[in-house]
Write a protein that binds this ligand. Structure first.
Ligand SMILES: *Cc1c(COP(=O)(O)O)cnc(C)c1O
Length: 500
């Protein structure tokens, strides 16, 4: 139901019963809202009200104001949660609840149908082969970690990403931890890290006893700002500090600006750990995301573009490093008959069953990329040019997977409008989220050094405050995409109006 469809539900008390019947028929929502000239909700009209009026002999030319009212209309305020709405529907045995603003004006309508059909941000989407591949693991009794699917999954992913070696892990976070350790990160070291990211990019730095230094985003692509990175490297050098590594994140399905970042890091001798957890399938100047770092990490968590329910991969061209990763991820056993240990290792290996799922998922990756890009294109077309709304840009030379469709609201009241929009979408049972809260604003990382894009220009903070990620799953139906697009348009219209 778009903005026009919502206004079509509103009728004045002077409209006739006949007009209401025709309008109920045309709008097909099963309910109309009677509002006064200033938009205040006076009552609701259903088929039942009109049927009872007809049976009571009320002429169809009578105005709606002639209908008897048993009670004040059931309604909720703008702050009501989805649970409040459902509770009211159940208590009153109704299927529609109008929403009124603080002044009592009708601004929205929630239907029971939408409350029963949640749209998720990014849900798993299985292909045709996964079940057979898992079945194969069972049939051959390869249920343990290690096994033919793990080896094949590593080979297939490495080929797809254009790297020579890959080690499958139990999660992307585990792969990040291993990667940093293999780059020699330890107590007292400094590690550079994109600030606008999921916390898993930064936690292993801290857990290895090193100190993260956070780098801002650049406004276009939202990824690590080469300008901020330049400032950081120079400032650290002036203090006599050479960072041990740099975790460069490829955000929401899009590579960072590698042509600027790679030579900068090389000049200072800082190896890159590319956090490509969100960007499998993306490319930068025709090179796959995840092929730029000395090491790179992927994630197959449930919300990523492909999933093994949980899993990750560490990739790179250095066979020694990746072999070492495999050893560390299986408790660092030395080659001996007995259990001999020199190094401390982890239990970080992916199981053969999950690798079977991963192999099936890899086969449909390109389809998933196309679907997510189509979701984004549909939103962008549906929303047109909304003033004060800027989509995450896909710069020249990039191919984003649009893992999540994201935009930022701009202006002084951006955060309030973002929150109003998220409340609105949640009321309609649509899962949307703010953009990642940057690491330099997290209580967990209070006191860490941070280099903004420009002095006094904190890009990632503004992206967080005004940023929204919309449902982007490759398995969203056409109807769901349309529904979300219309809801966002209407929600933004509402927030624009209430801000005005
Ligand atoms: C998901 C994600 C991770 C962590 O991956 P898991 O498999 O969930 O451990 C790391 N970094 C980024 C940027 C992510 O989005």
């Amino acid at each position: 139901m778009n903005l026009n469809a919502f206004s079509a539900l509103c009728m004045s008390p002077g409209a006739t019963l006949h007009e209401a019947l025709a309008r109920l028929d045309a709008t097909a929502q099963g309910i109309l809202l009677v509002t006064d000239p200033r938009g205040h909700l006076l009552r609701t009209i259903t088929d039942g009200d009109l049927r009872r009026a007809a049976l009571a002999g009320t002429p169809s030319t009578a105005p709606l104001s002639a209908l008897p009212t048993a009670h004040a209309p059931h309604r909720v305020g703008l702050q009501a949660s989805q649970r409040d709405v459902l509770a009211l529907m159940d208590a009153q045995r109704i299927d529609h609840v109008p929403v009124v603003d603080a002044a009592g004006r009708a601004v929205d309508l929630i239907t029971r149908r939408e409350l029963s059909q949640r749209v998720y941000l990014s849900s798993p989407h299985l292909g045709d082969d996964e079940v057979a591949l898992v079945q194969e693991a069972f049939t051959s009794n390869w249920i343990a970690p290690l096994g033919p699917h793990v080896d094949a999954f590593e080979r297939e992913l490495a080929a797809l990403v254009g790297v020579q070696h890959a080690a499958a892990t139990s999660s992307g976070t585990a792969a990040l931890h291993l990667g940093l350790r293999l780059l020699g990160v330890g107590p007292g070291d400094v590690v550079l890290c994109s600030s606008l990211t999921f916390v898993a990019s930064a936690n292993p730095i801290k857990q290895l006893g090193a100190t993260p230094v956070f780098i801002d985003s650049e406004p276009q692509s939202w990824n690590m700002s080469p300008q901020a990175l330049t400032t950081a490297l120079a400032a650290l050098q002036a203090d006599g500090v050479t960072p041990k590594a740099a975790v460069v994140v490829n955000l929401y399905g899009q590579s960072a600006e590698m042509d600027a970042i790679v030579p900068l890091l090389e000049r200072y001798g800082v190896p890159m750990l590319e956090d490509a957890a969100e960007s499998l399938g993306a490319s930068y100047k025709d090179r796959p995301s995840g092929s730029f770092g000395k090491l790179a990490v992927f994630s197959f968590n449930g919300n990523k573009i492909i999933t093994t329910s949980g899993g990750g991969m560490l990739v790179g061209n250095d066979a020694t490093l990746i072999d070492h990763a495999r050893k560390l991820s299986t408790q660092a056993r030395e080659p001996a008959r007995h259990y001999e240990h020199i190094e401390d290792g982890y239990n970080y290996r992916l199981s053969n069953v999950l690798a079977g799922i991963g192999r099936g998922q890899l086969r449909v990756l390109e389809q998933r990329v196309q679907s997510r890009r189509a979701v984004f294109a549909q939103y962008r077309d549906a929303l047109g040019a909304v003033p004060g709304l800027r989509w995450m840009v896909e710069p020249e030379g990039h191919r984003s997977t649009r893992w999540l469709s994201a935009f930022v609201l701009e202006g002084d009241d951006a955060q309030a409008r973002r929150d109003a929009l998220l409340d609105f979408l949640e009321r309609h049972n649509v899962e949307a989220r703010p953009v990642w809260k940057p690491m330099h604003l997290q209580p967990l990382y209070t006191g860490c050094r941070y280099f903004p894009h420009d002095a006094g220009h904190d890009v990632s903070r503004a992206l967080f405050e005004g940023g929204v990620c919309l449902p982007s799953g490759s398995n969203m139906s056409a109807a769901q995409r349309t529904r979300v697009g219309e809801l966002v348009a209407r929600g933004l219209g509402l927030t624009v109006r209430s801000a005005a």
